[in-house]
Design a protein around this ligand. Sequence first.
Ligand code: PMP
Length: 409
Amino acid sequence: LESLDVEAIREEFPILEREFDGQQVVYLDNAATTQTPDPVVDAMSDYYREYNANIHRGIHHLSQEASIAYEEAHDRVAEFIGAAGREEVIFTKNTTESENLVAYAWGLNELEPGDRVVLTEMEHHASLVTWQQIGERTGADVEFVRVDDDGRLDMDHARELIDDDAAIVSAVHVSNTLGTVNPVSELTDLAHEHGALSFIDGAQAVPNRPVDVDEIDADFYAFSGHKMAGPTGIGVLYGKRELLEEMDPFLYGGGMIRKVTFEETTWGDLPWKFEPGTPQIAEAVGLVAAIDWLEEIGMERIQAHEEEIARYAYERLAAEGDVEIYGPEPGPDRGGLVSFNLEGVHAHDLTSIMNDHTIAVRAGDHCTQPLHDELGVPASTRASFYVYNTREEVDKLVAALDDARQLFA
Ligand code: PMP
């Protein structure tokens, strides 16, 4: 694989030129949200300047153009992730809403006492909190596959939990805290062997590596536009057609119906049945531009670049001696982020010192509070990488640790 031309890529991100107190921003908070390249901003601005209108069978020219762009955005996403077609691609607000859609539309109707919902200890609150609530309301048990000391799932424990009582297995593809790349095909196969469904949270996978939902064979797969060089306000729920057809809608309103009388309503075709109201039209246009932009670089190359930077960061931080890093060692089952703590310094203090150097990293539990309880720390600092990051930026991160030691340790 030819490596990336990072300099040329950075030119498409004016935000990376910003300076605070005379220091150029070092943006290492990509697992929270990635920056948006000019072609994505331009596509959205073209939409508002040239063909902004409401969709859904408008007769006038502008509505027709907007409707086509919005509908075809589903085709483009389907092609990008290996789905069969637009009927399997639902636009939501984000990964969190995609989780809630399945939890409400499927979970609340289907789960009963005695059923088991199998999560992992490294789930994001987006799935953990959601299924916990659905468990309380339906009487289903919610259980968690253990994470071992290396930051990997204990697959023996997974095989214990995923038995004939399991109704759904919901697992994160790449952990936003540990960086672990989970064996999601294996988990999905286990679920299917026992008649359970699988939901994969791909928020940290789709932006950074090739993902093929057909190969994984997941029943549901979710991700967010704003973590993949796209806009905020749009997420995706992929679902297998036959399941989506059987499911009731999650939200109700206009644009999703076939026929409405004062007595009853019948639902429209997929995916519109799950997209009531005026949807995220500009954001769908932006998401398509982001996918075009990512594919032009190539998802394999993006993955290779991030793994290389993350490996470098891991090794440099590990060499410090007073830094504790969470998650697996660099390798094929680790993605492009590193969460760590500096001995004697709270993650929030460290992150604030990083900010004094205009280095953007994140402190906290990264919406994985129970996992941090298991790790025995209240918080960690997370550096997460994308296509535009460089080794020099990692060097700045490591150099800034000295300030923290002087001030706090
Ligand atoms: N799952 C994972 C693994 C994530 O990293 C995130 C974002 N931090 C989410 C879910 C939630 O994504 P969003 O905030 O876009 O709904």
